[in-house]
Design a protein around this ligand. Structure first.
Ligand code: UDX
Length: 431
């Protein structure tokens, strides 16, 4: 079985790698010539630990090919994974225009039976719409199935998650599609859920929204912990030992960002609203997350009086460590507000950079943490890069103008920071 992956972004590139690793012949198709050219040389256009090496390995072995030729690619493959982006519209609902375009291309160029699988995160009911779009574009009738097979990859851990998933969800109404997908995933050791397309689509949204809920819940509790001088991490540890709760995703901080959680929660809320169902809890999850960065910024403002002409060092820009992704990153909101309030902002992130955008013109991007904190009136740590743990604040403090440390990821030991002379504020990790 030869596999075609349409869309070679984050999900597509990882999916292509996974199937090549499993021994299948894979082709990646994209409309972006430059992206395809780089992939043909074994290079990725984004940062993801370990992925480039595996893509390069399979490009060299000939198991992984890349093309921009839709017609030949669609005609030449019977299994097609749709991995294109589903951005949010301004109202928070999913924009399916890229999925629709791909479905129309498949319908137009198909020359026999095709199994079409959506990997992209799509709202409930999309499988039915893709089916209709393919049908409408067909030049002559050919049989096809559309299945839903969502991915659960975390950025920065995509290789690990993709090669060792904790479950494979297959949503289909066709025995033929089920059989083919089970064969494709035969080498994987994890539970398989075979269900309806709508259920599969909802499993993905419901999982991400639940994880986002855990985070917002802890972020609210952290504020209470600050008032009572309780360490939220200790509370999380005590909660997490209950197997019904589990220890993960209880880390309070500046809130969730990235390409998935913010988008998926708002899309689920919108999908529900279209059915006249109000997901009140998720609406509040979004609101807590939207304002979470401001909680720490308010603390910093209170301490400094105001931000005008203050030197603020931001450590970490990416929405989380081990990625260069800054989509919905709390640091970008922080920087935006600081600039509005006339602060001098210097920034260091080991990998991520600000886009060339006029609104960020005033930010000084530094090549080391030392450079960023020189003459700073305050440090605001926004991303928990492991490298920040190695920083020796005892010796670095001499570089700063005032010893104020606002820890948006509770990375530091509050007591130790205070012992070496810092005014230290985390998110509920006071004790
Ligand atoms: C997430 C899901 O984990 C993944 O299954 C899905 O396919 C895509 O969305 P990702 O966005 O890569 O993956 O990041 P993840 O590691 O899940 O973190 C999401 C955000 O939540 C980050 O901003 C992170 O900083 C934040 N987070 C996570 C917390 O604030 N606290 C936590 O305890 C965990």
């Amino acid at each position: 079985m030869k596999i075609l992956i349409i869309g070679t972004g984050y999900v597509g590139a990882t999916t292509a790698m996974v199937f090549a690793e499993s021994g299948w012949q894979v082709t990646g198709l994209d409309i972006d010539e430059a992206k395809i050219e780089r992939l043909r040389q074994g290079h990725l256009h984004f940062h993801e630990p370990g992925l480039e090496e595996l893509i390069d390995k399979h490009v060299r072995s000939g198991r992984l090919l890349f093309t921009t030729d839709k017609e030949t690619a669609i005609a030449g493959h019977d299994i097609i994974f749709i991995c294109v982006g589903t951005p949010s519209r301004p109202d928070g609902s999913a924009d399916l225009r890229y999925i629709q375009q791909v479905a129309a291309d498949i319908g137009h160029w198909m020359n026999g039976y095709k199994l079409v699988v959506t990997k992209s995160t799509v709202p409930v009911g999309t499988q039915e719409r893709v089916t209709a779009w393919i049908e409408a574009a067909q030049r002559q009738p050919h049989l096809f199935d559309v299945a839903s097979n969502p991915e659960f990859l975390r950025e920065g851990k995509a290789v690990e998650d993709a090669l060792r998933p904790d479950r494979i969800v297959i949503g289909t109404d066709s025995a033929r599609a089920t059989e083919q997908l089970l064969t494709l995933y035969q080498s994987f050791q994890c539970p398989r859920i075979i269900t309806t397309p709508r259920t599969a689509e909802l499993i993905k949204y419901a999982s991400n929204a639940f994880l986002a809920t855990k985070i917002s819940y802890m972020n609210e509790l952290a504020k209470l912990c600050d008032e009572f001088k309780i360490n939220v991490n200790a509370v999380a540890e005590g909660m997490g030992l209950d197997p019904r709760i589990g220890p993960s995703f209880l880390q309070a901080g500046l809130g969730y960002g990235g390409s998935c959680f913010p988008k998926d929660v708002s899309e689920l809320v919108m999908t529900a609203r279209e059915q006249d169902v109000h997901l009140h809890i998720l609406e509040q999850v979004m609101e807590v997350n939207r304002t979470q960065y401001a909680y720490l910024l308010d603390k910093a403002r209170l301490r400094l009086g105001d931000f005008a002409n203050k030197n603020i060092a931001i450590l970490g820009l990416a929405f989380k460590p081990d990625t260069d992704d800054i989509r919905e990153a709390p640091a970008t909101r922080m920087i935006h507000d600081l600039l509005l309030e006339q602060a001098n902002v210097s920034l260091f992130d080991p990998v991520a950079t600000l886009p060339a955008h006029a609104s960020y013109g005033a930010v000084t991007e530094c090549s080391s943490a030392e450079e960023a904190i020189r003459d700073a009136d305050a440090v605001i740590l926004c991303t928990e890069w492991a490298a920040f743990e190695q920083l020796d604040w005892e010796s670095l403090k001499g570089l700063m103008r005032q010893l104020n440390f606002f820890d948006g990821r509770n990375m530091m030991d509050a007591r130790k920071m205070r012992e070496i002379g810092f005014y230290y504020q985390g998110i509920g990790n006071d004790y």
